[in-house]
Design a protein around this ligand. Structure first.
Ligand code: SF4
Length: 176
């Protein structure tokens, strides 16, 4: 195995075990400069982060759940190191981009749905007070965000619908 490969392998195994590679020690052991080892450490951290990001993107999971603390632990990096700060900044940007990419369209959809739902709710014939008189259940419904209540004269369960509930309701009817 080439010396460079040996050094890289050692650095990677130190980082993935959650420790900080000692650049001086590694440089001494392999008879190379500290700067060379420093560059190898930076490249290895970048490569690991990039691999994690690719895996996260491929699996369509938010990167937050795939970057585990034990993978690149805080102890692995000297917090006063400017290289560390630069790496953290890059990682933050990466997370922001990925969250935006994965969740952005969903947030837009929710915002549009909420807006249309508010409109339907305000104009719907079936909304009396805060409760919808169209939907009725024999048993207490469990609709997230929708307050349930029993209608006194029928004994049926009603809900105070959320905008999202109205947005998806096919039974909207405009008030006269
Ligand atoms: S839109 Fe549907 S859920 Fe909303 S008040 Fe009208 S009937 Fe009820």
């Amino acid at each position: 195995m080439e010396r460079k490969d040996e050094i890289l392998e050692e650095i990677q195994s130190i980082i993935t075990s959650g420790k900080k590679p000692d650049a001086n020690l590694i440089a001494q052991r392999y008879g190379v400069t500290r700067q060379t080892v420093g560059a190898y450490i930076t490249n290895t951290i970048r490569r690991l982060k990039s691999t994690q990001a690719k895996i996260a993107a491929r699996e369509s999971k938010p990167v937050i759940s795939t970057i585990k603390p034990e993978t690149i632990s805080e102890q692995a990096i000297d917090k006063d190191d400017s290289e560390f700060k630069e790496n953290i900044k890059e990682l933050e940007d990466l997370v922001t981009d990925l969250v935006e990419e994965v969740y952005g369209p969903m947030f837009n959809l929710l915002a549009a749905s909420r807006l249309h739902g508010e409109w339907k709710k305000k104009k719907c014939f079936y909304l009396i007070g805060e409760f919808c008189k169209f939907w009725r259940w024999d048993d207490k419904p469990n609709m997230p965000g929708c307050k349930p209540a029993i209608e006194v004269d029928t004994g049926k369960w009603l809900i105070a619908p959320t905008a999202e509930f109205c947005a998806n309701c096919p039974c909207y009817e405009a008030k006269e």
